[in-house]
Each structure stands twice: as C-alpha cells, then as structure tokens.
Design a protein around this ligand. Structure first.
Ligand SMILES: NC(=O)c1ccc[n+]([C@@H]2O[C@H](COP(=O)([O-])OP(=O)(O)OC[C@H]3O[C@@H](n4cnc5c(N)ncnc54)[C@H](O)[C@@H]3O)[C@@H](O)[C@H]2O)c1
Ligand SMILES: O=C(O)C(=O)C[C@@H](O)[C@H](O)[C@H](O)COP(=O)(O)O
Ligand SMILES: [Zn+2]
Length: 358
C-alpha cells in the first residue's frame, strides 16, 4: 500500500507520512544538517524502535539512543532534566535533532525536550501507538505532567515531520489500541461523522490493526487534526474543539495518579460532555446514547466512580481552557458542531456527573 502524505499547514508546514514500511523516509524528515540525532524512546521498546535507529545510522547520522521510562512515567520534569543533561554531555547544537519514538507520552516528552533544548531544536515524531498516530504526534502540543495536573508544563513546538508506520501497530497491546480509538471517535463527533458510521458498521474490526477500515480511520482522524491545527497552532480559538472530553478526562488521569489510560479517561469525559450538552438543551438524548453505544462497542468505558466527583470537580479548575474561575467545556450543538459552554451552573455540572457515575 502506498504512503500518504497529509500536510499540516501554518508558519512551518510539515508532512505526516502514513504507510507501512516507511522508515526509509526518516532521515529525509530529520534533514541533512543534523549530524547528531537523539532518539528518545521507552526502554522496553527496543524491537519497535530498531527500524528507526537503523534507518538513521544507515543514513550517516550519529545516533544517541536515549532510553526513558515507559509511557506516562516518563512525562515529568525529572526525566526531562535527565535528557537535557544527556544532550549537553553529547554536545547537541542547534543544527542537531531529536526523534521521539513511541506512544503519545513519549512523543509529548520528546517534543518538550526538543522545544526547550537551546530554546528549540528540530524534532521528528515517530508515533508507534494508534493514539500517537491519530493525535499526539500531530499539531505541536508538547508537555509533561505535574502533581497538580495533566500537561501543565509544555510548549507549542511543531515537529518538522511525523512518520506513522502502521506496521508497528500489531505489537501494541489491545487495551492501548482501544485507547487510541477514543481520539478517533472524538474526531468523529467534533468534525467527521463518517468515522462514526465506519465504527458502527464494524466495531470489532475497529479494535484491530488489520480491521477493514483501519487505514481510513487513521487517515480521517489525522486529517481532522491537521486541518484544525493548521489554522490555530496556539489554541486561541478553534483548536479548543480537540479538547472534547478532556476537561473531565484529564481530571480522571490526575486523580488516578496518571495510571489510567488517556483514551479511556477521554471516553468517559466525552460522555460527560454529551450529558452536559443534553442538560443544557443542546443535544438530544439520542446523540448522548450514540456516544455511549459507539464507545462501549469498541470496549471503552463510559462511567466513573460517583465518590470521586468532589476531587474531580476541584481538579478541573486547572484545565487550560479555564479563564480565571470560569470553567469552559467543549460541547456539541450537534454532531460536527462543537462549541464552548462557559461557566455552567454547579447543578448542571452535578447533574451531568450523576449521569456518568457508578
Ligand atoms: N500532544 C498532543 O496533542 C496529545 C494528544 C493526545 C494525547 N496526548 C498524550 O498522549 C499520551 C497517551 O498516549 P498513548 O495512548 O500512546 O500512551 P503511551 O505513550 O503511554 O503508550 C502506551 C503503551 O504502549 C507501548 N507501546 C508503544 N508503541 C508500541 C508498539 N508499537 N508495540 C507495543 N507497545 C507499544 C508504550 O511503551 C506504552 O506502554 C498521554 O500522555 C496524552 O496526554 C497528547
Ligand atoms: O491537540 C490538541 O489541541 C488537543 O487538545 C488534543 C488532545 O487529544 C490532547 O490530549 C492534548 O494533549 C490535550 O491538550 P491540553 O492542552 O488539554 O493539555
Ligand atoms: Zn487527548
């Protein structure tokens, strides 16, 4: 199958290459001026990272294999500081580059380290999870977590290239694959209802890399994200729609000490946002039901502990869409019509949570 290039526009446009067996593209994306390349990747992901390491070495770059802890455990300042030290010791200059290989947590960390090293060096992202391909590696949001909340420290630093080799997906644990579907479903609800139709027709296939519509689902979700971030890198407007389900989702991740899969938290958050829109008179009960049925059909959760509500409510205060003490949620006026619901009354927040709590 041929590779597809999806262009992300803006002041520094770049391509997202999607294909199978496309690691030969990596050196071109990194560029010839990068004598040194730091490959930041999870320690346990040697097999998955090997083609990237080999392709870079074969192209003549001096490769520094910088292993980090797995997944979310690496998205913190301690690991970032360790990488800054390693880059310093290896003498990385402004013409050198960083390559992030792994899931969204690793590419967020790699992007953040690239954004901050020497105030910004080139980064190429090689997502190897479904979620990384369809969302995290595209768009230039980089970041790490703090004890207070998710992604609270970060920078907008677009990659110079993104390489999605879907041949890396079969080794991904099913639970992580399903987590990525949450962001694909999100793209469906906010912008591309064909995604929802495809999943409803074949929910089982949607949960597998070899599913009938996998390539189409991946490309459609990337296209949604690329189109949105091309016009609003810094989230001063329309980009906020990509945060559908994330206000409650991020609070769940924080309350669970970052051990709960991002996609699973976002799935619950989307049902909450749908309930909020319903209580607010924006969408009908059928649209809320459709959220639950699509998410459930692929194995994603749609409910969370009732007892956690007060802590979740408190944690949502640090959501990046908040302005002062005003909470702002992405909700739908209809499928494909996201909007902002600002400062909903406490009773509305409580009623919506009641509907998702167990
Ligand atoms: N920057 C953004 O715009 C953006 C968008 C969405 C999500 N995110 C972030 O992405 C993170 C979630 O990403 P994720 O779901 O990819 O989780 P993850 O990075 O934790 O990866 C999940 C697991 O899969 C493993 N893995 C990765 N590729 C593999 C492969 N090919 N085979 C076998 N195992 C593999 C990882 O080592 C990890 O254990 C969160 O931190 C979230 O905040 C960022
Ligand atoms: O790219 C965006 O913009 C998003 O909101 C995509 C989200 O899926 C992603 O989880 C993002 O990291 C959330 O950003 P944050 O600014 O709420 O931390
Ligand atoms: Zn997300």
């Amino acid at each position: 199958m041929t590779a597809r290039r999806i262009e992300v526009g803006g002041s520094h446009p770049y391509d997202v290459v999607v294909g199978s067996g496309v690691f030969g593209e990596l050196s071109r994306q990194v560029g010839p001026s990068a004598a040194r390349v730091a490959v930041i990747r999870p320690d346990g992901l040697g097999e998955v990272a090997r083609p990237a390491l080999r392709a870079l070495e074969a192209a003549g770059h001096t490769v520094h294999d910088m292993r980090v802890p797995d997944g979310e455990a690496a998205k913190n300042v301690t690991v970032a500081a360790d990488l800054w030290e390693r880059l310093g010791r290896a003498g990385f200059t402004r013409t050198d580059a960083v390559v992030g290989v792994g899931g969204g947590a690793t590419t967020d960390l790699a992007g953040f380290v690239a954004a901050t090293w020497l105030r910004g060096v080139n980064v190429v992202l090689v997502p190897t999870t479904l979620l990384g391909m369809v969302d995290a590696a595209v768009g230039g949001k980089t970041g790490i977590n703090t004890a207070e909340g998710k992604n609270l420290v970060g920078a907008f630093h677009p990659p110079v290239g993104v390489l999605c080799d879907i041949a890396t997906l079969p080794s991904l644990p099913t639970a992580d694959y399903i987590g990525g579907l949450a962001e694909i479903v999100k793209a469906g609800f906010i912008a591309d209802p064909v995604i929802l139709d495809r999943i409803e027709k074949d929910p089982d296939g949607a949960t597998r890399p070899e599913g009938r519509h996998t390539r189409e689902l991946v490309e459609r979700a990337i296209a949604v994200k690329a189109e949105v971030v091309s016009g609003d890198l810094r989230e001063s407007g329309r980009r906020e729609m990509l945060n559908y389900g994330h206000t409650l989702g991020h609070a769940i991740e924080r309350v669970e000490n970052y051990t709960f899969r991002h996609g699973y938290a976002v799935a619950i958050g989307m049902v909450y946002a749908a309930e909020l829109a319903h209580v607010n008179g924006r969408i009908d009960a059928e649209t809320v039901r459709r959220h639950r049925s699509i998410l459930t059909s692929v194995g994603l959760p749609t409910a969370y502990s009732g007892e956690a509500w007060r802590e979740l409510r408190e944690t949502m205060r640090v959501d990046k869409k908040a302005r002062g003490t005003t909470l702002r949620f992405v909700v739908l006026d209809d499928i494909g019509e996201p909007t902002i619901l600002a400062d909903p009354p406490e009773e509305t927040l409580d009623a919506a949570y009641n509907a998702v709590s167990v």
